[in-house]
Design a protein around this ligand. Structure first.
Ligand code: MGP
Length: 205
């Protein structure tokens, strides 16, 4: 409804209505898109680059249409979309106690699912698709890897059980992951200190 009102105001810009438009746009989140390129001569953090920031859906599409699809990236590259002010790394204050809902893809899924899963993930974030729990979301990451690609939504606190289970349930549904396929949520602390190739799940959906 609010969107319709704003469109009407934009069509008929009477000065009386302009403050409402400004409030609407100010309330929108600012998002930042990051790119990671694996250059082994540099540290992990030095390989991370900010591409650009946006806050309107129009600007999101302009950016999305301008950059390479994930399936065209070289192995070892990542995209990350995070709320402005949160860096896409475990060390950020808002990620330190957080974790991620992880989608692991088979090699074959790069062709069939990777790009559409990532676009749906971006739309979940930009469209604030997790209702009252959208505040818990920090961002999302896609890892393009020869051994199998990964997509994840990062949330701020692994103790916020209600938020995490809601986000996991909605996310799985939005991606169209069949109910029998289980997805897991892992804390960054566990991921960062893991000794084997798998990290234990704190939650599943
Ligand atoms: P990765 O890029 O998240 O996954 O982490 P990849 O390449 O599939 O490897 P795997 O270990 O999950 O199989 C690869 C490595 O990048 C990690 O082991 C860290 O050394 C480094 N790294 C990744 N992240 C997300 C961070 C981070 O947030 N902070 C720091 N300091 N290093 C990170």
């Amino acid at each position: 409804k609010l969107k319709c009102c704003i469109q009407l105001i934009e069509q008929f810009p009477h000065p009386k209505w302009l403050p409402f438009k400004n409030i609407y746009h100010k309330n929108k989140k600012l998002w930042a898109l990051w790119f990671f390129k694996n250059d082994k001569s540099k540290t992990w953090q030095a390989n991370l680059r900010l591409i650009s920031k946006f806050h309107t859906v129009e600007d999101f599409w302009a950016l999305y249409n301008h950059i390479q699809l994930s399936s065209n990236l070289m192995s070892g590259c990542d995209y990350s979309l995070f709320k402005d002010g949160i860096e896409p790394m475990w060390e950020d204050e808002r990620n330190r106690r957080g974790g991620r809902w992880l989608i692991t893809l088979s090699k074959q899924q790069r062709k069939t699912d990777l790009d559409r899963f990532w676009l749906e993930t971006l739309l979940c974030l930009v469209g604030e698709g997790f209702d009252d729990y959208s505040d818990d979301v920090c961002g999302a990451v896609i890892n393009v890897r020869a051994k199998g690609d990964k997509i994840a939504i990062w949330t701020t606190d692994y103790e916020n059980r209600e938020a995490i289970t809601h986000i996991g349930r909605v996310y799985k549904e939005r991606l169209g992951v069949p109910p029998k396929v289980i997805i897991g949520y892992q804390s960054h602390a566990d991921t960062a200190t893991k000794s084997s190739s798998t990290t234990k799940n704190k939650f599943v959906a």
